[in-house]
Design a protein around this ligand. Sequence first.
Ligand code: FRU
Length: 470
Amino acid sequence: NLYQEKRRPQFHFTSRRGWVNDTNGMVYHNGKYHLFYQHNPYGWNWGNMTWGHAVSTDLVHWEEWGDAIHPDQMGTIFSGSAVVEHDKSSSAGSEDESKCFVGINSLANEKNSSGFRTGSEEPIVAFYTSAGNNSPWSRGVPFTQSIAYSNDGGRTFTKYEGNPIIGEIAGGTRDPKVFWHDSTGRWVMVLWIENDKFSIFTSDNLINWRIQSDIKGFFECPEMFELPVDGDPSNTKWVVYGAAGDYKLGDFNGTEFTPETGKIKFQHGKNFYASQTFNNIPDSDGRRIQMGWGRGIDMPDMPFNQMILFPVSLTLHTTEQGVRMFKNPVKEISKLHNRHWDWQSQEVSTGENPLSDVSGELFRIKAVLEPRGADKVEFVIRGTPVTYDVSSEQLTCLGSSAPVSLKNGKLTLEILADRMSIEIFAQNGRYYMPIGADLTENPKSLELCSEGGNAFVESMDVYTLKSIWT
Ligand code: FRU
């Protein structure tokens, strides 16, 4: 039975078989979330890089489609992004101006500026790195940037005949992230050039790109987007990050990013890498949704390897240290809720386990705790401790730690436990720690314990979760 193997994650995306790494080409198109990913269709380890493809209507249940983009004589297919070539060109300007632009707008549509559109549907246009030299049939060929497009909702892709669209810059230049910049009415690409350098390019037609400026401080897999601060659309900041996910905040005028912060650490633990966010999410939704690679979560004895982390929504909030990014599991997770237990205003005495009645395989836990007299508060999730140490202000799981300060004496935790992972969101998503953990041989129990004194549960919800594969 598909997706029923012992170590198959039950609410995270994995490929039916073969290796998976970076998320690629994340785009929303006609009611479907498209997730592409670095994929080796022919082996359990990295190699033969191909874009795998999965599709969802709710961010939670995924259907694996056939592989989308295959290696060719220009190279194997490394990471990149995708956009929907929409009708918004020239939306900038004042009301009066935009009236004048109406004509230009419709012209632009009819003009089909990339020339890729063949039917009534807006095409999906994917940008990837042709990793020359990375396969026997592309030996001696440099790394370049290429396009493939789809006029059938991502069912099939055609490689652009004019590839590459950006020739060799440095030895391993890669990972084009393209997005629409509304106020300049242009497409923007951020590309990893070499060492710690990204470059920003702009284009009117997705094909011809002009280099504009550089961003320093990041390695591989660029990502860049705008977010409101504290939900206020009139006060926004731009976020830039690379594969490690640590970010800078700043301003972007369509050609140049001006950082306002140094690099801010965001991901804790060893298992987060190479994430990106969806392009083309409808304004009515307005979320910035990210998915990343759960790097290093090996799947021994399985026909597949590595997993994709649970989708999260990114927001900016003012904190005592300034504006910070927060991440929380997408709300659609509630579709998976199965059994539910809840607690309110309850003392946790040492040696007692308020969760002794709970049993299950897959869990979502949401808790607001006050350590009060305790030195340590600990969840034991299917035998695996997630420990908060009050004096060192450290949250620890399986050797990974995050520095987490209490807020008004409170620790807010959300924990997702699947067969092969534990994802921890602390203080309403300000700290994030995804951890690879093989729970498959472990007890199906949960514990909450305090050490050194009594702790207090302000509120706690525990859900068992349903599999997305049944
Ligand atoms: C990041 C990365 C990317 C590259 C891809 C190759 O994990 O090294 O820079 O495009 O993986 O699979």
